[in-house]
Ligand binder design. Structure first.
Ligand code: ATP
Length: 151
């Protein structure tokens, strides 16, 4: 009996379906969630989330958020998330360059602007690293399910 998994970001439903195991980048460490897992609530770090069912694997980037686990349902509420196959590389490169250029101009005077720029840089780096590691023919020889930490 699989576990239902729903991945929602601030602006859309990213993915929903059944899973045999979901590997989640929790802030306290990576969690492999199987069906009938005990209920839990955790915050998410920037990292890779993997859904595996019947030998197939979907890989997602997740840039923070929370996850709620119930025995039959995993609900991921991500600040931002996308399937690795849908990442637009040119867009991520442009976002990285924009953030790098602004940071090079000097540290913004207010902390809020600095943190926003730093987060934008981390999101774009995460997306580009995920594409490098998990796209283009690598799906048949995926790294281990544990090899998911991009920080
Ligand atoms: P950008 O500056 O390019 O908008 P961002 O990091 O500010 O990047 P977010 O606010 O995290 O973007 O995301 C807004 C929406 O765009 C989300 O739905 C996210 O999944 C999507 N998104 C962001 N960057 C990419 C990308 N490179 N490829 C595909 N979808 C993306």
């Amino acid at each position: 009996m699989p576990i239902r998994c729903e991945i929602v970001s601030q602006d859309r439903m990213v993915w929903e379906g059944d899973a045999d195991i979901v590997v989640i980048p929790g802030t306290a460490g990576e969690m492999g969630i199987l069906p009938n897992h005990a209920p839990l609530l955790s915050t998410l770090k920037f990292g890779i989330l993997k859904v595996r069912q019947k030998g197939e694997e979907e890989v997602f980037t997740v840039a923070g958020g929370v996850v709620e686990v119930q025995p039959d349902l995993i609900t991921v509420l991500a600040d931002s998330a996308e399937n690795v196959v849908e990442i637009d590389v040119a867009r991520a490169e442009a976002a990285r360059k924009r953030a790098e250029d602004l940071l090079k101009e000097g540290i913004p005077a207010d902390t809020d602007s600095f943190l926003k720029l730093e987060a934008a840089l981390r999101r774009s780096n995460l997306r580009l690293e995920a594409v490098r590691r998990y796209r283009s023919g690598k799906r048949s020889q995926m790294p281990s399910m544990r090899d998911t930490d991009t920080e």
